[in-house]
Ligand binder design. Structure first.
Ligand code: PMP
Length: 431
């Protein structure tokens, strides 16, 4: 989009308009952790709570019917956003973490047995690792791991060599929240299905940034979190194939997920309600529907498009090339030359500088929101030979100028850390 359009876009996001201290505008580059919210989503949340708020599914009165209608319409919007064939295949969860645990505790507990193999990768977020470790511990199943190539991408051949007769499940991320690489879901799903295994895709870092079509990807489940895609916190979703969801036992027990209850036992509701025990986060679900509409109006192809000015691929290329030029820097994941579709997030370390110190200094100096730590991927950091890294992650509302501010601030911070506060380097924000 043009500079004017980009400016218009940014004005949709109230949080982006602030200064973190007088004269220092916020440069928000922590989007892989959570995105900011456009006023269209905030207004819808406010409108819903102000006008329609009433518990869903259990009332005959006007407000309850309005609220139920809005909640179920939101489900349809989410289904359309990822091209799910049937909105009943969308289960609302608190977040992606809960969605993965749901699959592990329901389908996993019923179908995984001693000696079965679950194939993961070393780049998984803890959310797509710990639930499978717990399942393996309780069943005697074995976890196997796809590893990395030297260029920071998944070693697809080695990963695929793990998939065989004993494989029951292949679970991996579409886009890594640390390496930014895009994994070949379609190809791996075909192979997994040819040996009778099921496939779960952690799409937390892809659904917000690129067109995602569950029917094209060909997996069996896909999970995402609303808060990373312009929606509120407390709402995420699981898409699953209808027949698998119907054939899986329920998750949590309680209201809404039942059909008939007697003192002796219960029968269960149809999908998706079977997996939505208790009062759901219905207002947040409605706002997530608004977020899907906002992103659809923007056009997900435009958000990601490589050759279009302002597209995320351009941001990724600029971010990578500016960072690469810093002295003593180590960038993780594939370069945009190696993988042109890589995500617009980059993790790195700088010799002699702790990531936490860099993050503190760029915030203080230029208002840059940069994350540091293990990003919930301790095993991956172990593979990279470090315990922490710094991460700059852009979204469609970020500009090339903001990336320049962030990298300029990093340059100053590196100088300051290396020479120490008493050195000749210019002092960071003396105020
Ligand atoms: N997987 C990936 C790849 C992620 O980036 C994240 C969030 N950092 C998660 C899973 C977990 O998301 P949530 O905490 O919203 O459940």
């Amino acid at each position: 989009w043009s500079a004017a359009e980009a400016e218009g876009l940014r004005s949709d996001f109230p949080a982006l308009q602030q200064e973190v201290k007088p004269g220092v505008p916020l440069v928000y580059l922590d989007n892989a952790a959570t995105s900011q919210k456009p006023k269209q989503v905030l207004d819808e949340l406010n409108r819903f709570y102000s006008q329609d708020n009433s518990n869903v599914h259990r009332g005959m009165h006007t407000l309850s019917m309005r609220s139920t209608e809005a909640f179920e319409t939101a489900r349809q919007k989410v289904a359309k956003f990822v091209n799910a064939p049937d909105s009943h295949e969308i289960v609302f969860t608190r977040n992606a973490t809960e969605a993965i645990n749901l699959v592990a505790r329901t389908w996993g507990a019923a179908n995984i047995a001693k000696g079965d193999e679950i194939v993961l990768t070393v780049m998984e977020h803890h959310a797509n690792l710990v639930p499978w470790q717990l399942l393996a511990e309780s069943t005697g199943a074995v976890l196997r791991f796809g590893r990395l190539r030297d260029d920071g991408t998944l070693d697809v051949e080695q990963f695929e060599s793990l998939i065989g007769d004993r494989t029951k499940l292949v679970a991996f991320c579409h886009v890594s929240n640390v390496l930014g690489c895009v994994n070949p879901v379609e190809r791996v799903a075909k192979l997994a299905h040819s040996v009778g295994a099921k496939v779960l895709v952690d799409a937390c870092q892809s659904v917000p940034h690129m067109p995602v079509d569950v029917q094209t990807l060909g997996a069996d489940w896909l999970v995402a979190s609303g808060h990373k895609m312009c929606g509120p916190t407390g709402i995420g979703f699981l898409w699953g194939r209808g027949e698998i969801l119907r054939g899986s036992p329920p998750f949590l027990g309680g209201g809404e997920m039942i059909d008939q209850v007697t003192l002796e036992g219960s029968t269960f509701n149809d999908i998706p309600h079977k997996f939505e025990a208790g009062t759901p986060a219905f207002a947040e679900a409605v706002a997530l529907g608004a977020a899907c509409e906002y992103l659809t109006d923007l056009g997900m192809a435009a958000v990601s498009q490589r050759h279009r000015a302002g597209g995320e691929h351009e941001l990724a290329k600029h971010l990578w090339s500016r960072l690469e030029a810093l002295p003593g820097i180590h960038l993780y994941g594939p370069s945009p030359e190696t993988q042109p579709d890589r995500a617009s997030l980059v993790c790195f370390n700088v010799d002699g500088c702790h990531a936490n110190d860099l993050a503190t200094l760029v915030d203080q100096d230029r208002g840059v929101a940069m994350r540091s730590g293990h990003h919930c991927t301790q095993p991956l950091h172990g593979e990279l030979g470090v315990t922490a890294s710094a991460r700059l992650s852009a979204y469609f509302y970020n500009t090339i100028e903001e990336i320049d501010v962030a990298v300029d601030a990093l340059e100053v911070a590196i100088g300051l850390i290396r020479t120490g506060p008493a050195g000749d380097e210019p002092e960071l924000d003396p105020a």
